[in-house]
Design a protein around this ligand. Structure first.
Ligand code: ATP
Ligand code: MG
Length: 424
């Protein structure tokens, strides 16, 4: 029996890795321009972190966490999202004391035990940012602009930014009561789960994937969030910031974010052509999480984007790799006795940052030349008896169509001059 990858997990082969790496590069490059610094947190976390941060009634905690007992001892989860971990790390390393306001970027795999389907995996990849230590609405606007810029750089063209404010905690109390009143007459039309959510966490109804519930949420005439004066002003400045930066947004959509920690600004970026799973990125402000995880009372804002969905939304734009230039050298070796010499020369070329490939199997010259062709190497260097005696390789430049003898001593440098250093 063949063992296969688990449902909802994928192997990323070289072309997939190249596509994903392009998204990662765009995220890193642009986040840096906005002053964000990268951090990496563990994939394994204490289950309590998410129970406390994300909330007991969230879908993530209720049904999506890969949670297990570590040898019967610790209650562990494979991280389902990044924000809780980043805030934990921020506090654990006293960044609130040393840095105060911190702009942090993370990238990596996340895990959710969801029903696998197009755009919904059990192990997927996110990049995300967290700006911790400020209540300023300019922070929200700046991060949303960054989010859109990264998506554009990745080739996502048709995107819509949904923007809303869920208000502060007292606002949310009032909004909850009002939303229940609004929904009560239509309670029986909501899905079973939402009927439960109605009492426990009514905002979740606005985030439900069930068509009837979505219909209900989206046909609501007005935002269900009642904002106090301060929250209205805050939200106004976020919109002002986005307008100043030339980022279009839609603030008429009725939606909520499914995690407990959100307050005030929330947003989602939706992309054309993704079908039901059309959210590529989402985030918002969370002004109580730092305190709830044992830190001081600090405002914060963050977003996360799903890299697989970004790639789907970018479509061909992301698949377009620049035509690879011929690069590197294929060392064709004629006879086992010459292997040590070829091995040494290849090593010296690589030490100078250039691709050098050789055949470990002792294949025929013809087979090796076929291999060289497959590698699309710029040079083929042949090492046979004749070359060994002359202490010089026969080197073909397949780009220029020339051939010359290059002395062993001069070979590594001669090759290095043509090195195409790949970006990492
Ligand atoms: P959805 O509404 O699609 O379930 P979500 O609200 O659960 O998304 P977030 O927790 O906000 O998603 O995560 C941010 C982004 O991560 C999403 O916009 C999406 O691009 C991506 N994402 C979330 N869950 C998955 C998944 N199971 N597979 C692939 N990507 C995902
Ligand atoms: Mg989800």
């Amino acid at each position: 029996m063949h063992i296969q990858a688990l449902r909802g997990t994928t192997d990323l082969l070289a072309p997939d890795v190249a596509r994903l790496a392009r998204v990662e590069r765009a995220a890193r490059r642009l986040a840096k321009c906005y002053g964000y610094q990268e951090l990496r947190t563990p994939i394994l976390e204490d289950a309590q972190l998410f129970l406390r941060a994300v909330g007991e009634t969230s879908d993530i905690v209720q049904k999506e966490m890969f949670r297990f007992k570590d040898r019967g001892e610790q209650d562990i989860v494979l991280r389902p999202e990044g924000t809780a971990s980043v805030v934990r790390a921020y506090l654990e390393h006293n960044l609130h004391k040393t840095e105060g306001f911190a702009r942090l970027l993370y990238l990596g795999p996340m895990f959710r035990a969801e029903r696998p389907q197009a755009g919904r995996l059990r192990q997927f990849h996110q990049y995300g940012v967290e700006a911790i230590g400020s209540h300023s609405p300019w922070v929200d606007a700046e991060a949303i602009v960054l989010c859109v810029e990264i998506l554009r750089a990745c080739g996502v063209k048709e995107l819509a930014v949904w923007l809303s404010s869920m208000g502060c905690r007292p606002d949310q109390e009032r909004s909850r009561a009002a939303l229940r009143e609004r929904l009560r007459p239509r309670l029986s039309t909501l899905c079973k789960e939402c009927q439960g959510r109605f009492e426990k966490n009514v905002f979740r109804v606005l985030d439900c994937k069930h068509p009837a519930c979505q219909e209900m949420a989206r046909t609501s005439a007005s935002s269900p969030f009642l904002l106090c004066g301060d929250c209205q002003t805050h939200f106004g400045t976020v919109r002002e910031g986005l307008t100043a930066a030339g980022v279009m947004f839609d603030d008429t959509k009725v939606f909520a974010r499914g995690l407990d920690y959100y307050t005030r600004t929330v947003f989602e970026v939706r992309a054309k052509g993704l079908g039901a799973q059309d959210a590529v990125a989402a985030g918002g402000r969370y002004d109580h999480l730092v305190e709830e995880l044992g830190g001081p009372s600090l405002g914060a804002f963050g977003f996360a984007a799903g890299m697989e969905r970004v790639l789907m939304a970018a479509g061909d734009a992301a698949a377009e790799a620049p035509a690879p230039a011929r690069q590197g050298v294929y060392l064709a070796v004629l006879g086992a006795a010459l292997m040590p010499q070829a091995f040494r020369l290849a090593q010296q070329v690589r030490a100078r940052g250039m691709l050098a490939v050789m055949d470990p199997e002792g294949k025929s010259l013809k087979a090796q030349l076929r291999e060289a062709d497959k590698w699309q190497c710029r040079f083929v260097a042949i090492l046979g008896e004749k070359e060994q005696q002359a202490q010089a390789l026969s080197v073909k430049d397949l780009e220029q169509g020339t051939q010359q003898a290059i002395a062993f001593d001069a070979f590594p440098e001669a090759m290095a001059q043509h090195a195409v250093h790949t970006q990492s």
